[in-house]
Design a binder for this molecule. Structure first.
Ligand code: ATP
Ligand code: MG
Length: 362
């Protein structure tokens, strides 16, 4: 178990600045996920942490030890960390046991100690009994576990995982993310996990850092914080599907884009005349009547776990969703062309224009 402290970290490639003066502290024993769009600099940061690249400026401390910057440059194998990177290569010509034992062999660990630790790491990832198999005889998920065992075999106090589940199908990805979380809690190890998948990030994190496309950390907080109390529209949008509606204030009332429908809730207390109202599909409650915003269902798609609606209301098209139990009840199901009323159970207001929000997260 060890903490990681990053201060003022910067890195450029070919004159392009990828990381700008980044500060971040990950606590000992914490599962921290770094969430950001493709190309924002997540792998660049992980390579700096691992010691494959050197920072242009700033320092990295692992535990009490300065490992990079200020004259320090500790090589990767001396940083006490295990890692599984995006292209988690397991060596095809080596058995499971040999793959896992490899880092210990390089470190010239004595044979009996090596066997003991290899067996333990293979057990930790649930592959006991498959030691002699070759990677080609394993499923994608099992190969993933081999890579994980190889990262754990040196008993690191810090584990760096860079999109390790990318190559797996959706079901396996879901299963593995719970396993990684369980393993992290059982071993009490510090994990930094990089992904652009918000579901994985939410599922395994104690805290999440949301990075924007310019490589800056927009918000660091618990899953609840970033999901429900986003610091800005970028974070809100990045954490899941959202409707964004340009609203206009006239006196104390906020009008929807049709210029007639009035926002029924509390005024958000924004000073300007224009603001963006955001809500997620599940924030919208549909009713046949009542005093909600009047709408017409334009599309109704049954997706198994949920019913997905496109609804025209207030001069815009909303995406709404209900769980399938309600959708399967004819009394609560809406068909295309039907009128309905929308109530908003959750909402977020931003003083940013919709175009800036929608352009910004791409
Ligand atoms: N060695 C390098 N030389 C030049 N440019 C690089 C190098 N490594 C990374 N970059 C650039 O830095 C930027 C960030 O790359 P990085 O690999 O960190 O993205 P990422 O956030 O990991 O994206 P993804 O989610 O797709 O893996 C990209 O524009 C990439 O082209
Ligand atoms: Mg990457």
């Amino acid at each position: 178990m060890t903490s990681v402290r990053i201060d003022g970290l910067s890195k450029s490639f070919g004159g392009r600045k990828i990381l700008h003066d980044l500060d971040l502290t990950v606590e000992a024993g914490e599962s921290f996920t770094l969430l950001g769009p493709s190309g924002c600099g997540k792998t660049v940061l992980m390579r700096l942490l691992a010691g494959f690249d050197r920072p242009d400026a700033g320092t990295i401390r692992i535990g009490d030890r300065l490992v990079a910057g200020d004259g320090a440059d500790v090589p990767p194998d001396r940083r006490g960390l295990g890692m599984v990177f995006q292209d988690y290569a397991v060596w095809p010509h080596m058995s499971v046991a040999d793959n896992v034992a490899y880092p210990l062999k390089i470190a010239r660990t004595a044979a009996d100690e090596r066997d003991r630790r290899t067996r333990r790491a293979i057990g930790q990832v649930g592959l006991a009994g498959l030691e002699a198999r070759m990677p080609s005889q394993l499923s994608g998920g099992q190969q993933q576990r081999v890579a994980l065992a190889r990262a754990l075999v040196s008993e690191p106090s810090l584990l760096l995982l860079d999109e390790p589940l990318n190559n797996l199908d959706a079901n396996l990805r879901e299963e593995m993310r719970f396993e990684i979380r369980e393993l992290q809690q059982k071993l009490g190890i510090t994990v930094i996990y990089v992904t652009h998948d918000q579901e994985i990030a939410l599922a395994i994190a104690d805290r999440i850092g949301v990075m924007d496309e310019t490589g800056r950390l927009r918000q660091v907080g618990t899953p609840d914080d970033v999901f429900d109390r986003p610091i800005d529209a970028f974070v809100y949008r990045f954490l899941g599907v959202a409707n964004f509606v340009p609203m206009r204030r006239v006196g104390a009332t906020w009008l929807f884009p049709d210029g007639a429908a009035v926002w029924p809730g509390e005024a958000p207390g924004l000073a300007g005349e224009h603001a963006t109202f955001g809500c997620r599909p599940f924030d919208i409650e549909l009713a046949r009547d009542g005093d909600g915003l009047a709408g017409v269902v334009r599309r109704a798609s049954f997706l198994g776990a949920q019913m997905d609606y496109l609804i025209e209301a207030g001069g815009v098209t909303f995406r709404a969703a209900t769980d399938s139990r309600r959708a399967l009840d004819p009394a609560q199901r809406f068909e295309e062309g039907e009128t309905c009323r929308l109530a908003f159970r959750g909402s977020q207001w931003f003083d940013t224009a919709v175009a800036d929000i929608e352009g910004g997260a791409r």
